[in-house]
Design a protein around this ligand. Structure first.
Ligand code: GLU
Length: 288
């Protein structure tokens, strides 16, 4: 704690309390271990990208996979540089360009409809609770999100996005949904259980789609720090600029970590450190 920096390019994120830290483990056979500020709220940010992607796959939207090579980008999450070389095709669904393309394809005739459908999808995974948009963070993203607008318009030029304004509005709203570390570990549990929620027995994704979503976490989930993270932690994970990291240990558990101060690549410093220690002690690395 104390060695990273709060994200400030979305001004509202700089209001987070840097002393907060939480770690929650939830196993597929029903054990929950919580420590720290497990109910401190934060916004979903990039971790939402995994869930909108899963939601799209669950509603028959897998044609999107033909339009993405599904490779790590090696660039920052909001980079536009590769889109020019690659004719508007985003590398994967977990960078901003790819996630905005996913948002464009969610069902609904406006951003609010699309988010309502997404919130219903999440509700089935979180004991009936509806996540709410943090209006201040949403307004802050809306006011400052011109790089994301540029990505959307660029993809629209190549006919890959239908409605750039609606796509980014949907994306800003999904990033601004509020949850906490305990809930994050809960909603991700199906990812650790071949696509089936172990607590309700509800099939969320087919096994193939689940494998796709989790494999992309392992290869594209930690921005351009994913290689070093694979060495240190070795568990498919997704981070967000508000400070969460969701780790999925296939067949066993989810681990959600939270601390809002970020390192130079945009990942939670304390979250990564905790996951490194835990992975080593519990021998969790899938590369072990
Ligand atoms: N809403 C953020 C953005 O688009 C999400 C970034 C992130 O968490 O990586 O910049």
């Amino acid at each position: 704690l104390g060695s990273g920096k709060l994200a400030s390019y979305i001004p509202e994120l700089a209001r987070a309390d840097p002393s907060k830290f939480a770690l929650v483990l939830r196993s597929v056979d029903g054990h929950v271990v919580r420590s720290g500020h497990a109910e401190e709220p934060f916004t979903f940010q990039s971790v939402s990208k995994v869930f909108t992607f899963c939601y799209l796959l669950s509603t028959g939207g897998d044609a999107i996979l033909d339009q993405m090579p599904c490779e790590p980008s090696g660039d920052a999450f909001h980079s536009i540089v590769r889109l020019e070389d690659e004719h508007g095709h985003p590398r994967n669904p977990y960078i901003n360009a790819g996630a905005i393309m996913v948002s464009d394809r969610l069902r609904g005739s406006n951003a609010k409809d699309k988010i309502d459908g997404f919130v219903d999808f999440l509700r089935a995974l979180s004991e009936g609770e509806r996540l709410q948009v943090d209006e201040r963070v949403y307004a802050s993203e809306f006011a400052t999100g011109n790089r994301n607008r540029a990505l959307a318009h660029y993809m629209n030029h190549y006919g890959l996005i239908d409605d750039p304004a609606m796509a980014v509005d949907t994306y800003f709203r999904q990033c601004s949904l509020t949850l906490d570390t305990a809930r994050l570990a809960r909603i991700g549990l199906f990812l650790a259980n071949r696509g089936r929620d172990p607590e309700t027995d509800h099939r969320v994704l087919t096994e193939d789609h689940n494998r796709t979503a989790v494999a992309l976490m392992a290869t594209c989930g930690l921005y351009d720090e994913v290689g070093r993270y694979a060495i240190r932690v070795g568990v498919p994970s997704k981070s967000g600029v508000s400070g969460p990291i969701l780790a999925v240990v296939p067949g066993r558990m989810t681990i959600a970590a939270y601390s809002p101060e970020l390192g130079p690549k945009g990942n939670s410093v304390a979250g990564m450190t905790a996951l490194t220690v835990l992975s080593k002690r519990l021998r969790l690395s899938v590369f072990g």
